[in-house]
Design a binder for this molecule. Structure first.
Ligand SMILES: [Zn+2]
Length: 252
């Protein structure tokens, strides 16, 4: 009868764990990159210094798998890598900025991607330095949340606030956003009744609705994804945008 020998490494499990700990203690677990949020952290309570840990291969795999199952991969990824702020509280401007920083800390600042030239339709491989190649617009020191605007047509004051990350489903597309706009309007002409606000919004002049939407989202803040692309094929320049989404992570 053949005796089956137990294969041992000659080291106890404890020794091995210690050796693994030792190996990875040489690499800083959290790359403490200097994070200055586009919002300057003005609109958060209990904000701690923000640190970003690089994404590990195992985490990336798991997140990309969850992408196909429809889970919110960006939130999962940020929750894994960011500490110091609640992901559900994030403002859109800070969220995209942090996503870009996670990409940078995990894979470096050089981001290579393919782009179709709008002039000659040639697919061109290009790259951008995420740290230096994009403009970041920070909020002004006197920007408030909530804040007041005067509706240009109706002539009354409205008080609006920024949506938080957890409220993204309320503005996933244009139709949904218009339907849920009242959630981000705290008062209209001094009236805070949400039913009143919702009914009033439906009767507003289109110019007033557009002013409200603009003030709620203030899309000018944060990472500006636009950059000038010089086509090596036809030599034309065009304004292009880097995709600031989960596709950042599937190209590694
Ligand atoms: Zn071209």
């Amino acid at each position: 009868m053949t005796e089956i020998k137990a294969i041992t490494s000659g080291k106890s499990g404890n020794d091995r764990d210690a050796a693994l700990e030792d190996l990875f203690s040489k690499m800083p677990e959290e790359a403490e990159v200097d994070i200055r949020l586009p919002s300057k952290g003005k609109f958060y309570t209990g904000l701690k210094p923000i640190t970003i840990a690089p994404l590990t291969y195992e985490e990336e795999e798991r997140i990309l798998r969850s992408k196909s199952s429809g889970a919110n991969s960006i939130d999962l990824l940020l929750a894994k890598c960011i500490s110091g702020v609640e992901i559900s509280d994030l403002l859109q401007m800070d969220k995209l900025y942090l996503l870009m920083k996670v990409r940078e800390v995990s894979y470096g600042a050089e981001y290579k991607f393919s782009i179709a030239c709008p002039h000659c339709a040639t697919d061109v491989s290009t790259e951008i330095n995420l740290d230096t190649g994009l403009n970041i617009k920070e909020v002004e020191d006197d920007l408030e949340d909530p804040r007041t605007l005067k509706l240009p047509k109706l002539g009354v004051d409205a008080v609006v606030r920024f949506p938080r990350s957890s409220e993204e489903p309320f503005h996933a597309d244009n139709e949904t956003m218009i339907k849920n706009l009242y959630k981000f309007v705290k008062s209209l002409d001094g009236n805070e009744d949400t039913v009143f606000i919702n009914k009033a919004l439906k009767r507003l002049h289109i110019m007033d609705v557009k002013s409200l939407v603009k003030e709620v989202f203030r899309g000018e803040y944060g990472v500006d994804p636009r950059f000038m692309f010089d086509c090596p094929h036809c030599k034309e320049s065009s304004m292009m945008a880097v995709p600031l989404d989960i596709d950042f992570f599937s190209v590694s």
